[in-house]
Design a protein around this ligand. Structure first.
Ligand code: NDP
Ligand code: HSE
Length: 447
C-alpha cells in the first residue's frame, strides 16, 4: 500500500483510515444515474472492495435543474471546475468527441485517472488519451465502451495478453440487434422498433450512430486494437449499417435457413509471404439459424474470440442499458480505486505490432444474391457467365418459377469483396435480370 494511502491524507500515523478516492461523475443520464445510485447506496460495499472509501465528490450535467432527484450539493454544470477540484478519478458518461476529449486530456494530464464508456472518443483518440495517461501515470479504463456489461476489454487486454488472437467476431450493438431481432421474429417495422430501443435506453443520443454502424465500428476498432496490439481507428473500419436491410432481405434469409445480424468482424490476416495485416469490418450478414449468434436476440451482445492457445471463447450478455453498463463502469472504478489505494497502475496501451489494415475490397467474403429474372432458356447461363468473368465461384443456386419471371438465389464461395461487388453491378445490367432483390454477405456454413 502507498504510504500516503496507509497514513491518510494528512500523513498522520494516528490516522488509520485509508485515503478516500474522490470521484467526479460527468453525465448522469441512462448510465450515469445508475452509477450515482449504486455508488451512494452501496458506499460501504465499494469501500470494502476497493480498500479505501470511494466518495462521489460531484456530478456534472448539462441541465442541473432537470435533476431534482440528485443531491443539490453535488450537482454542477461546471465540468472543468469539477475536474480541477480535489478529485482523484473522473468517470465520463457524457459521450461524443468534444468536449469529452478535452475534459479527459485535462484530467489525465493532471494525474487523475479516467473511467469512460465513450467508445466514439476511444476509437478516435486512443493514442492521445493513452499518451496523456502514460505521461502522468494515471489509469485509463473503458470496459463499458464495448458490449455493455460483458467483460471483453479486460479479457483481451489482460487475460489473453499471453496468447495470439486470430479473430474477434460478434454482435456489439444492442440497438440494431433489437431491431433486427424484431424484424425477423415479428416482421415489426424498423422505425417503431428503433423508437422502442431508444425508450429502453439502448440507443445513442443520436441513434443514427447505431443504425448506420458507427457505434459498432468504434467498438470494432477498440476490439481490434486490443486483440492485435495495433492502433485501429474507427476510420480504418469498413462500415455498413442496417439502414439498407429490408423486409425482403430478412425474408430472403429465412428462405435459406438464415437470419440477418449486424456483425463486427476483426481478423488477423497472414499473406502468402507470411506478412500480417488486419481486416476490420462491420456490416449486415446472413448467418445460419443454427449458428450460436443467431439465437442472440434483443439488446444482447455476443462475441467470439479465437486465439492460438485458448481456442474459441464466447462472451455473451447484456450489451446496452443503464444497469448493465453501470456494472462495467463500477468494475473499472473499483480497479482504479484499488490501484490508487495500493499505489499501482492498470495496464498500458499495447500497440507495438503496428499491423497494416487490409482494404475491404481485398477481403474474402461470400455473397447471397437474390434476383428476379426472365423465365426463359439461357438466362442462367448469362448470369453464370458474369460470375465466371469476375472469377467468382458459385456454391449454390436455387430457382423458383413465377409466371413469366423466376426468382433466382445464388450463394457464392469466398472471393475478394471487390470482385463480388463488381459481379453484382454487372448482373444488374443484364437485360434478363428484372430486379436485384437482395444482396448480402453470408458467414458460417449451412448445416
Ligand atoms: P445520456 O444521453 O442518457 O446521458 C448523457 C448525460 O451527459 C446527461 O446527464 C447529460 O446532462 C450529460 N451531458 C451532456 N452534455 C453535457 C455537457 N456539455 N456538460 C455536462 N453534462 C453533459 O447518455 P448515456 O448514459 O446513454 O451514455 C453515456 C455514455 O455511455 C456514452 O458515451 C454512451 O455511448 C455510453 N454507453 C451507453 C450505453 C447505453 O446503453 N446507454 C451502453 C454503453 C456505453 P443532462 O442530464 O442534464 O441532459
Ligand atoms: N447504443 C449502444 C448499443 C449502447 O445499442 O449497443 C451500448 O454501447
Amino acid at each position: 500500500m502507498a504510504l500516503s494511502a496507509e497514513l491518510g491524507r494528512s500523513g498522520d500515523p494516528a490516522e488509520a483510515e485509508p485515503t478516500p478516492v474522490r470521484v467526479a461523475l460527468l453525465g448522469c443520464g441512462t448510465v450515469g444515474s445508475e452509477v450515482a445510485r449504486l455508488l451512494t447506496e452501496e458506499a460501504a460495499e465499494f469501500t470494502a472492495r476497493a480498500g479505501a472509501p470511494v466518495e462521489l465528490a460531484g456530478i456534472a450535467v448539462r441541465r442541473p435543474d432537470k435533476h431534482p432527484e440528485l443531491p443539490a450539493d453535488l450537482l454542477t454544470s461546471d465540468v472543468e471546475g469539477l475536474i480541477a477540484s480535489d478529485v482523484d478519478v473522473v468517470v465520463e458518461l457524457v459521450g461524443g468527441i468534444e468536449p469529452a476529449r478535452s475534459w479527459l486530456l485535462t484530467a489525465l494530464r493532471s494525474g487523475k485517472s479516467v473511467v469512460t464508456a465513450n467508445k466514439a472518443l476511444l476509437a478516435d483518440c486512443s493514442r492521445e488519451l493513452s499518451e496523456a495517461a502514460d505521461a502522468s501515470g494515471a489509469d485509463l479504463y473503458y470496459e463499458a465502451a464495448v458490449a455493455g456489461a460483458i467483460p471483453l476489454v479486460r479479457p483481451l487486454r489482460e487475460s489473453l495478453a499471453g496468447d495470439r488472437i486470430t479473430r474477434v467476431m460478434g454482435i456489439v450493438n444492442g440497438t440494431t440487434n433489437y431491431i433486427l431481432s424484431a424484424m425477423d421474429s415479428t416482421g415489426a417495422g424498423y422505425v417503431d422498433t428503433l423508437e422502442e430501443a431508444s425508450n429502453l435506453g439502448y440507443a445513442e443520443a443520436d441513434p443514427t450512430a447505431d443504425v448506420d454502424g458507427y457505434d459498432a465500428a468504434s467498438k470494432a476498432a477498440i476490439l481490434a486494437s486490443l486483440a492485435f496490439h495495433t492502433r485501429i481507428a474507427a476510420s480504418d473500419v469498413y462500415r455498413e449499417g442496417i439502414g439498407s436491410v429490408s423486409a425482403a432481405d430478412v425474408a430472403a434469409a429465412k428462405m435459406i435457413g438464415r437470419t440477418v445480424k449486424l456483425l463486427a468482424i476483426c481478423e488477423r490476416v497472414v499473406g502468402p509471404d507470411g506478412s500480417e495485416s488486419v481486416s476490420v469490418r462491420v456490416h449486415p450478414v446472413m448467418i445460419p439459424r443454427s449458428h450460436q449468434l443467431a439465437g442472440v436476440g434483443g439488446a444482447f451482445n455476443a462475441v467470439y474470440v479465437e486465439a492460438d492457445g485458448a481456442g474459441e471463447l464466447m462472451f455473451f450478455g447484456q450489451g446496452a442499458g443503464g444497469a448493465p453498463t453501470a456494472s462495467a463502469v463500477l468494475g473499472d472504478l473499483v480497479d482504479v480505486a484499488r490501484n490508487r489505494a495500493g499505489g499501482g497502475r492498470g495496464p498500458r496501451e499495447s500497440a507495438h505490432a503496428g499491423l497494416g489494415v487490409r482494404p475491404m475490397g481485398e477481403t474474402p467474403t461470400r455473397y447471397h444474391i437474390s434476383l428476379q429474372v426472365a423465365d426463359r432458356p439461357g438466362v442462367l447461363a448469362q448470369v453464370s457467365q458474369v460470375f465466371a468473368k469476375h472469377d467468382v465461384s458459385i456454391a449454390a443456386v436455387r430457382q423458383r418459377d413465377k409466371h413469366s419471371t423466376a426468382s433466382l438465389v445464388v450463394v457464392t464461395h469466398a472471393a475478394p469483396d471487390a470482385a463480388l461487388r463488381a459481379t453484382v453491378d454487372d448482373i444488374g445490367e443484364l437485360d434478363v435480370v428484372h430486379e436485384v432483390v437482395s444482396v448480402m454477405r453470408v458467414e458460417g456454413e449451412d448445416s
